[in-house]
Design a protein. Structure first.
Length: 332
């Protein structure tokens, strides 16, 4: 017996005890988690409402609806990227409605402090469709890695417009790190070996034999499209405030850099504060500081609203159907 084996046994017992607790009290925990998710989302809306309200009136319903539709398309890109990552890990294919419900519901959870609740929700809901928790947790980490790396590389677009020297240096450094991260995804053993060691240590079970590189390419392309659409949405809001068509790449680069920074700072719910700071410094160069802050707040506000609506439209019917099916099984 090696020195590490007692430690591994202890970790497995602790993990098993935690899993048993969650299994025993799954119902109440889900209710508390759902209430907390909704509460934090409502707080995020209320905290910025005073500044956002006047700007929404000035922009008009046409612009708000149009930018929201582009945002929906961006969210769809992230959804496709997540599905591709699951496929890369060898997860069984879920019904479309179920996968959309899991994706939309879990995304709202990111507004809770800690940025781990998305993974918790995905792991719980994915288990109902035969996807092991470790696969769902690995998919969350891999999606985060792909998203941050891709956004970091594309943040070089910020060099296409005026920005402070330190922002340019940060974007270059982020792009270099992004290239390294993306390259590591395609190393034949590096990523798989790391995930396998982590899950064997904590659960005693490793990862599938291989990670499909073709599915990873699909995930990267899908998330690149998603980030680009997010940049277009921000430019649509900036155009009435003075942004020109030639500044679309710069605006997209600013959005991608802000998201990359926000995703890395996990202690903030959905990168709150960090994203806005980057956008004010970058977009402020073309529309002014006050206007840039307005754009930052409106993009976050619209995202929360759109994600709540999608979760309500797709998540609630799925959850209701699942509860009815479970009750029928108990009666039978």
């Amino acid at each position: 017996m090696t020195v590490d084996e007692p430690k591994r046994g202890l970790l497995r017992r602790v993990a098993g005890g935690i899993a048993g607790f969650f299994k025993r009290f799954a119902g109440p925990i889900r209710i508390v988690l759902l209430v907390a998710i909704v509460a934090f989302a409502i707080y995020a809306i209320a905290s910025s409402w005073e500044r956002v309200e006047a700007a929404l009136v000035d922009m008009g319903p046409g612009l708000i609806v149009g930018s929201s539709l582009v945002l929906v398309a961006s969210i769809a890109g992230h959804y496709v990227s997540w599905l591709a990552v699951l496929a890369a890990l060898g997860a069984p294919r879920m019904p479309v409605l179920a996968s959309m419900a899991i994706s939309t519901t879990s995304q709202v959870a990111k507004y809770m402090p800690g940025s781990v609740w998305t993974a918790v929700v995905q792991a719980d809901l994915g288990r109902r469709h035969g996807i092991q928790r470790r696969i769902m947790l690995a998919s969350y980490g891999l999606v985060l890695l792909v998203s941050v790396a891709t956004a970091s590389v594309l943040s070089l677009l910020v060099l296409a417009g005026p920005s402070p020297l330190w922002i340019r240096l940060v974007s270059i450094a982020a792009a270099v790190c992004g290239v390294v991260l993306l390259a590591s995804l395609f190393h034949p053993r590096l990523l798989h070996s790391l995930l396998d060691k982590v899950f064997r240590r904590f659960s005693g079970e490793g990862m599938p034999d291989r990670i499909d590189p073709r599915a990873l390419v699909v995930a990267i392309v899908a998330v690149a499209v998603a980030w680009s659409l997010a940049g277009v949405q921000a430019w649509m809001l900036a155009e009435p405030l003075g942004a020109t068509t030639a500044e679309i790449p710069f605006t997209a680069g600013a959005i991608m850099l802000s998201w990359a920074v926000g995703l890395v700072i996990v202690i903030l719910p959905a990168g709150a504060g960090a994203r806005e700071a980057i956008l004010v410094v970058t977009l402020g160069q073309i529309v002014g500081t006050t206007e840039a802050l307005t754009i930052a707040l409106i993009t976050r506000f619209l995202q929360i609203i759109v994600e709540l609506v999608l979760a309500a439209l797709l998540g609630l019917p799925y959850a209701t159907g699942a509860l009815r099916a479970r009750r029928r099984e108990r009666l039978d």
